[in-house]
Design a protein around this ligand. Sequence first.
Ligand SMILES: Cc1cc2nc3c(=O)[nH]c(=O)nc-3n(C[C@H](O)[C@H](O)[C@H](O)COP(=O)(O)OP(=O)(O)OC[C@H]3O[C@@H](n4cnc5c(N)ncnc54)[C@H](O)[C@@H]3O)c2cc1C
Length: 467
Amino acid sequence: MPDVLVAGAGPTGLMAAFELERAGLDVLVLERDIRASGQSKALALQPRSVELLDDRGLLPAIEPHVLASLPAGHFSGIPIDYTDLPTRFPHQLGVEQAHVEAAIEARLRAPVRRGAAVTAVEQDSEGVTVTAGGRRHRAGWLVATDGGHSTVRTLVGAAFPGTTARTSLVVADVTLAAKPAGLADGWRLPSPGSGFLLPLTGGRYRTVVGGAVVGGAEQLEHDRGAPVTVGELQRALAAAHGPGIEVGEVLWASRFGDAARQLERYRHGRVLFAGDAAHIHLPIGGQGLNLGLQDAVNLGWKLAAQIRGHAPSGLLDSYHDERHPVAARVLVSTRAQAVLGIPDPDAAAVREIITGLLAAPDARRAVAMELSGIGITHPGTAGRATDTPVTPDGRAVLVGAPLPAGWADRVETRDGPRPQLVRPDGFLAWTGGPGLQEALHRWFGAPAERRKPGDMATATGYVRNSN
Ligand SMILES: Cc1cc2nc3c(=O)[nH]c(=O)nc-3n(C[C@H](O)[C@H](O)[C@H](O)COP(=O)(O)OP(=O)(O)OC[C@H]3O[C@@H](n4cnc5c(N)ncnc54)[C@H](O)[C@@H]3O)c2cc1C
């Protein structure tokens, strides 16, 4: 029996499985689709995600597929310079999501079980029973990463408040039979409005067309399930770029909108939600995949500690406490960015003011820290460690200080000039001075000699196993 079932093999589920396996757990990933589609919604990795992928040795397999290294992010198309960010990766990487997924999946010990759509979830005090692809699977925990339309969310009746979509857009990969000279010859940040066009590999181009929050674009007239036609894309691209553009073939297309919702609680008993299953928003500014990867990294070591029986009280629930505010802020940011894109004189006036404000170095830097993920921090931590690689086995790292007895199974020690205690997700739990013991207790539980054989970790702390 695996320790954990993961529902959905998108980037979030794969990263969650990777983190749990890194901590030595047995994981079974259940994926609805029979094969990896190779299609990519996301094309951008933010600096914090690049750090996490690099720390885990996953970046080398992604790098050959990087199409562009962009020295800026954007806020509704307003460039936000990243070059002075305190990171070894002060840029976005332009890379198709499918390559990120493939790089993570290639490193999983257990193969993803495909053609296994989750259709039922039951839980009791000992574990979860999940029906997927007609088979029943039992494990201690379920990580639900089955995307924005999450079946698991519906099955457990999780409240997902927010707003429904008011606009409709199309993302498509196309070939072009003709295009005006100079158009889409390289990677540029998207400008506001319809008709964004970027070159991919193999003669493919990525486009996004569609209506702003208020507007009369053709896409607003279609149902979400309506097929996307060459004619529809041709009309939208010709309106944006002139009659010299001619769409050849539509290789992949999907409709999406600006619905913005977030789970009230990321944990429902033994079911933990992450990625788009936990939060959805307009994909503007390149945030969703990055949120999902970082949810997975925050959750992985906490769930592993819970299963291993050394999680201190409240550690697993700190996953919700730490990650819910991060996604809530992304919903605020993407809502604001959507409003700035409305083709309306009032919105244009606000955009002009915001563009001016973002030219001020402090404002630009604050937005850059947020969009890049570099500025994310959590209560009780001192931000992220910039130069302490994670351990292969998911242990924390203590640098430049002796480790008190009883934590060596959870904390590796290293020499280094600056004392630091680094959580397995890269956040600094202690940075020298008094408080090392408290930090060890807070994040990694009691020292081994204080735990009795048979003690079990619960959601709220240790209980003595009376058997
Ligand atoms: C046009 C567009 C552009 C985007 N650009 C960016 C960008 O540049 N940067 C960025 O960070 N984000 C971007 N995003 C968002 C990003 O693509 C998503 O946030 C990301 O895919 C979320 O990953 P996930 O693993 O949580 O969910 P998903 O990628 O949706 O994966 C969910 C997986 O679960 C599977 N599944 C579904 N139901 C079941 C079931 N019942 N049982 C088992 N498996 C199931 C699905 O088949 C899928 O494999 C963009 C999104 C869109 C639409």
